[in-house]
Ligand binder design. Sequence first.
Ligand SMILES: NC(=O)c1ccc[n+]([C@@H]2O[C@H](COP(=O)([O-])OP(=O)(O)OC[C@H]3O[C@@H](n4cnc5c(N)ncnc54)[C@H](O)[C@@H]3O)[C@@H](O)[C@H]2O)c1
Length: 219
Amino acid sequence: MNSLEGKVAVVTGAASGIGKAIAQTLALEGAAVAIADIKLDAANAVAREIAAQGGRAIGVAMDVTAEAEVDRGIDAVAAEFGSIDILVSNAGIQIVNPIEQYAFADWKKMLAVHLDGAFLTTRAAVRHMYKGGRGGVVIYTGSVHSHEASPLKSAYVTACVRMWCVRASCARRWSTSRSRSRPGNWASAKTKSSRGSCSATRWMASSRPWKTLRRPCCF
Ligand SMILES: NC(=O)c1ccc[n+]([C@@H]2O[C@H](COP(=O)([O-])OP(=O)(O)OC[C@H]3O[C@@H](n4cnc5c(N)ncnc54)[C@H](O)[C@@H]3O)[C@@H](O)[C@H]2O)c1
């Protein structure tokens, strides 16, 4: 039996890139996976790819900045698969510009996708994880810029650092002694386009944190 058999995962921004590789890896490990993305056609295409390889997946239309859409999408996944055990908050964008040329609208969009997205999807998912003391796992895709500045990425660096704070706060909320922190190092997933390169996903599969946790934990 695969290590994530019976588990349900939602991966945001999974219609391409790193999120797609994470979703494929989770499906390979046996999880039913929701491909949640603002691009529904592309999300459905990834779900079909996974199904063609014998996995279980659905595409879900979700703009992670839209409160009602996130709540609806997460609830729909729970209704379809019975629960939610894993959330990978991964949807992200990149807008590079010197700060003196950075449009305010772009600044707000960056923070909305990364921070509002992390908040809204976490809130919606943990409501299901709490049900029946089931517990679960939340993973935030950060970046080297969660720790290190970059001259042309003022908004992105700010978003990454503050997402780290969301993660830390949730870890406290869900009891630091029972949750573990793992930097989401999927950086090689996109460049290698390899399902096996998602080290955190593999670690999550092998250590099975939900076996011992009765509350959500985050990484
Ligand atoms: N590519 C890198 O080198 C790198 C490095 C470190 C961190 N990251 C982070 O990894 C994550 C994924 O990056 P990627 O390189 O795979 O990017 P990508 O552009 O290939 O994929 C991002 C996905 O997010 C989706 N998306 C964008 N806005 C959305 C929204 N509002 N709601 C829902 N979905 C939305 C896009 O449609 C796309 O499918 C991002 O959070 C990014 O900041 C990327």
